[in-house]
Write a protein that binds this ligand. Structure first.
Ligand code: SF4
Length: 472
């Protein structure tokens, strides 16, 4: 998971991008970067760390230009080195690019590029996409590229690059500096675009960026199409190879900010609907409870909806420390417990003597839920019930969300009857697969829940992804 933004037609692109990247910080904290374009010249700065630490006033001043790209990185592959931070650029022809997603056939692309004498320099998978795109442009002509050339280049990307990707690029098209965006044919990873009253354009992973910068949101970037954006002109949408849209449902369950607009509505509305459905399914089991407590921060909206359906009080029972940093490997159980309490501390009065429903967004490895149950039990509740507003994660994600291999997924490892004991709770209720499908409506990617992969991934590709993650 990463965040990208591209902007064109603003007075000072670096200032706008620095705000945009702060609005996207939740999508990646490992590294960030920015590239601005000044009359065909690229100015690039990228480093490991948070946006506020990587970009000083002085750095922003050196990133001149009225167009640019920004990126926040959360590595699903690679070792978190500066060289893997985005954006990337090529000099021939001049293209700068950033993306969110995961390419499943990186090795194959590297071999293909090598046969053309092109060496991939990083382990970041936007680099092969950029090189395929740039090579296709160069194949058409050395300079003076047209919209038709962009269509050809994106078609080449679709033909050669497998996986999920939403990309933004800046290059000269029809003799004008142009912000170009394209998403894979299924639109698995998110992306939206908007415009400013003064004629500027923006494309980003999430619409909250547009809110922060005062741009109007137009909607999702179309899947399987390129969009060309230039200051004071209408956007040009070039359909190329649209397939059935299958946007990632996990974005709306967990990753995206609740105030973002995605697909057919606000992320918060989706979480509310999922919480409501979970409440109905929980009630159907005939269980009883006294209070609903969210696991902060993501599950608040769903927990409120669940409480409303069940007619129970909603209480904030865990306080999250916003300022705690990474906790490193702790030598013993007591030290680990202290580290968890530094991050999350229960309010005993909310739990003591009560039958509590803890609401969380998902369970992946099962370690977090076990720690939460331990924290809750320290406050002597009458019962702890776990309710999760997504189905059990039983399959890894190969499309850009960092999930462990199948053998580390607790719901794939243990039979359903063993979950409550393994998590240290009295009961566990996951949202059903049907509950998720019916609540979301339409067509979505939910492969991590049902194993129905939108883009087939070969066993060789799976092995390469698993090895890359081990290196991460
Ligand atoms: S497999 Fe899961 S996390 Fe990955 S894109 Fe699909 S829904 Fe999202």
């Amino acid at each position: 998971m990463c965040g990208f933004v591209g902007i064109i037609g603003v007075e000072r692109a670096s200032a706008a991008l620095s705000m945009a990247l702060q609005a996207l910080q939740h999508r990646g904290q490992d590294a960030c970067g920015m590239a601005t374009v000044e009359q065909g010249r690229f100015h690039v700065h990228k480093d490991l760390g948070l946006v506020i630490n990587v970009f000083s006033e002085q750095t922003l001043a050196s990133l001149r230009g009225t167009a640019g790209l920004g990126h926040t990185r959360y590595p699903t592959v690679g070792t978190g080195v500066r060289e893997d931070a985005q954006p990337f650029y090529t000099r021939r022809p001049g293209v700068v690019m950033a993306h969110n997603g995961n390419v499943t056939n990186v090795d194959e692309l590297e071999r293909l590029l090598l046969t053309r004498g092109i060496h991939v320099q990083s382990r970041c998978d936007v680099e092969p996409i950029l090189l395929v795109f740039a090579e296709a442009l160069a194949e058409r002509r050395a300079s003076g590229h047209t919209a038709e050339d962009v269509v050809y280049a994106v078609r080449e990307v679709y033909r050669l690059v497998r996986g999920a990707y939403s990309c933004v690029a800046i290059c000269e098209v029809d003799g004008k500096e142009t912000l170009v965006s394209f998403r894979d044919p299924h639109g698995i990873r998110p992306g939206s675009y908007g415009r400013s009253e003064s004629g500027g354009w923006i494309a980003a992973s999430e619409s909250v960026v547009m809110d922060a910068l005062g741009f109007s949101v137009i909607g999702d970037l179309p899947a399987g199409a390129a969009v060309l954006m230039r200051p004071n002109e209408e956007a040009i949408i070039l359909p190329i190879e649209a397939d059935t849209p299958r946007p990632c449902v996990f974005e709306r369950i967990y990753f995206a900010r609740p105030d973002s607009l995605m697909a057919d509505g606000r992320v918060a509305s989706t979480r509310w609907a999922l919480g409501k459905r979970l409440g109905e399914e929980w009630m159907a089991k005939g269980l009883e409870a006294d209070v609903v407590v969210p696991v902060p921060d993501t599950s608040r909206t769903a927990a409120q909806a669940m409480a409303e359906v069940l007619g129970l009080p909603y209480r904030e029972g865990f306080i999250k420390n916003r300022y705690s940093g990474r906790t490193f490997i702790m030598p013993d159980a007591a030290a680990r417990q202290a580290a968890h309490r530094l991050k999350l501390n229960p309010i005993p009065e909310i739990f003591e003597g009560k039958r509590v429903i803890l609401v969380d967004d998902s369970i992946v490895r099962g370690t977090t839920v076990r720690r939460l149950a331990d924290l809750a039990h320290m406050t002597r509740p009458a019962a702890v019930h776990m309710a999760v507003y997504s189905p059990p994660v039983k399959h890894p994600c190969y499309y850009g969300i960092d999930m462990p291999s199948k053998k580390e997924l607790v719901a794939a490892k243990l039979p359903e009857e063993a979950w409550a004991e393994a998590f240290g709770v009295d009961s566990v209720t996951f949202l059903s697969l049907d509950g998720l499908r019916q609540t979301m409506g339409g067509s979505i990617c939910m492969a991590c829940f049902d194993g129905d992969y939108v883009v087939p991934v070969s066993s060789g590709e799976v092995a390469a992804i698993v090895m890359d993650r081990r290196g991460a």
